[in-house]
Every structure is written in structure tokens, then in C-alpha cells.
Design a protein around this ligand. Structure first.
Ligand SMILES: Nc1nc2c(ncn2[C@@H]2O[C@H](COP(=O)(O)OP(=O)(O)OP(=O)(O)O)[C@@H](O)[C@H]2O)c(=O)[nH]1
Length: 261
């Protein structure tokens, strides 16, 4: 269940930033976006997130317009860009500056269409800070897919990926879809982790890999499309050959090696 003790911390955070806004809205413009975009049939998140096992129906309610449902968690050290990745994917925007660490966990929905199949992604943005780990662990078990991020300008966040993969092995389902993302690939000279290092690590753990930029949008759609395809393949195990699990990168994205598995 949602930990009520976190609410106090959230309130502290809200006081610090001088705004009374739910966690998921911390980087968003004041006016809430409409939810009726054609590719976006999902509901806005609650300020009280559901328990880890709610909204778990693989096919969703019959009256909702999607074919496959999947819970996707964004994981990785604090500051690697998980929230920015979600905001870029969901809203197509990047709000630089005013970095405020996520408190607890929250989610947003987006329906994407891949290969003619509508996939509702319920995307959970987790807090990278160590003190929230016990909260996020409770949500691993129900996740269908995990996007594990590091920051290409922060070697420590890359070195910690092995520890994250260890946690995933401990707490997530064995068949969870995992994708490694080297975020902030727009950062040029500040880069501390070479693309090849990310590729090598992904190959070692047999997970897909891309470098992304929440700032420019590079590979953000492609990463979620890859996850959506993998979820479709999982939901249709009787005829997996019918579905292309591979991501289809654009020319610019090809060297990002999706998927390395
Ligand atoms: N240059 C660049 N900066 C980015 C990118 N993505 C995120 N940032 C910046 O990195 C900082 C942290 O981003 P967040 O999305 O809040 O990081 P987070 O992983 O959610 O952090 P926690 O909530 O603490 O776990 C912010 O200042 C962002 O503006 C990116 O792709 N490129």
C-alpha cells in the first residue's frame, strides 16, 4: 500500500518548493493538459497512487480502448532523468532547471500504438534516492517492464547499474522486460560513459540498450516503443513470430544498438 508516512515528507518538499502540487506534477506547467489526445486515452494519475498490485489486468476493462496493458517502472540513481524521461514521453516537453528530487512513487498513463496494436503503458516514476528504496521495492513485483537509466555524464550512476540489476533480480518477476538507457546523451563534452560501455554492459546482462536524451527527445519514443513491442510479445506467447519485438530505430538512432540482447 501507499505509505502514508511519505505524505509528511511530500509536504516538506512542497513547502521547500513553495508550491502545493502532487509529486507527479512537480515539473509540469500549472495548467493541466487535457487527456483526450488521440494517442493518449489514459487517466491522469492519482495524488494517492494505487497499491502495487492495482490496475494489473493485462487486457484492461472491456470499455477501455487498448489491447495490451503494461506497468513500466523507471529506475536508476537520483538525477539520471527518470522524471524528465516520463514528462518528455507523456507531454513532449523538457523542463530544464529547478531539479527537485522525486518523493516516493507516482505514475502516468499513455496509450501508444505499435504495429497496429494499442498498448496502454502505466509508467511509474520512482524516487532514485536510497531512502525510498523500500517503498519502490514493493512495486517491482507487479512490473511488466523496467527502464533502467543511468546518466552518461555521471560515471557513478553507470557503475551502480549492476547493483540495480541485482535489486531487479531480487524483487522483480523473472520474465520482466528490462531495458538499459544511457540518458543525457546530448551532453557532449560532459560525457563520462562511452556508448560502447553501455552496449557492453547491456550485452553482458542480455538486455536491450539505447542512449537517450529527455532534453532533445532522442530515442525516447523508440525506447517506449521497444517496451510496448516486448509487452505485446509477452501477451501473445502462442504466436510470437507474428510480432516484431525489435525496436525500429531511425537512421540517427541505429548506433544506439536496440536491442543489444
Ligand atoms: N542535459 C540533459 N539534462 C537532463 C536530461 N534529463 C534530465 N536532465 C536534467 O537532470 C536533472 C534531473 O532530472 P530528473 O528527471 O528530475 O531526475 P530523476 O532521475 O527523476 O531524479 P530523482 O527524482 O531524484 O530520482 C534535471 O536538472 C534535468 O533537467 C537530459 O536528457 N539531458
Amino acid at each position: 500500500m501507499w505509505n502514508p508516512n511519505l505524505d509528511n515528507r511530500q509536504m516538506e518538499k512542497r513547502v521547500v518548493v513553495g508550491r502545493v502540487r502532487p509529486t507527479w506534477a512537480r515539473n509540469l506547467p500549472e495548467v493541466r493538459d487535457d487527456d483526450d489526445k488521440s494517442e493518449d486515452l489514459g487517466a491522469m494519475p492519482h495524488s494517492d497512487p494505487p497499491s502495487p498490485s492495482e490496475h494489473w489486468d493485462q487486457h484492461g476493462k472491456p470499455d477501455e480502448k487498448y489491447d495490451v496493458f503494461g506497468k513500466v517502472m523507471l529506475l536508476g540513481d537520483s538525477g539520471v532523468g527518470k522524471t524528465c524521461m516520463l514528462v518528455r514521453f507523456r507531454d513532449g516537453t523538457f523542463l530544464a532547471g529547478n531539479y527537485i528530487s522525486t518523493v516516493g512513487i507516482d505514475f502516468r498513463n499513455k496509450v501508444v500504438t505499435v504495429d497496429g496494436i494499442k498498448v496502454k503503458l502505466q509508467i511509474w516514476d520512482t524516487a532514485g534516492q536510497e531512502r525510498f528504496r523500500s517503498v519502490t521495492h514493493a512495486y517491482y513485483r507487479d512490473a511488466h517492464a523496467l527502464l533502467l537509466l543511468y546518466d552518461v555524464t555521471n560515471k557513478t550512476s553507470f557503475d551502480n547499474i549492476r547493483a540495480w540489476l541485482g535489486e531487479i533480480r531480487e524483487y522483480a518477476q523473472d520474465d520482466v522486460v528490462i531495458m538499459l538507457l544511457g540518458n543525457k546523451s546530448d551532453s557532449g563534452l560532459e560525457r563520462a560513459v562511452r556508448r560502447e560501455e553501455g552496449q557492453r554492459l547491456a550485452r553482458e546482462y542480455q538486455v536491450a540498450f539505447m542512449e537517450t536524451s529527455a532534453k532533445t527527445g532522442l530515442n525516447v519514443e523508440a525506447a517506449f516503443a521497444h517496451v510496448a513491442r516486448a509487452l505485446i510479445a509477452k501477451a501473445n506467447p502462442v504466436d510470437p513470430s507474428r510480432l516484431a519485438v525489435r525496436a525500429h530505430p531511425t537512421q540517427e538512432q541505429r548506433s544506439s544498438c536496440p536491442p543489444c540482447s
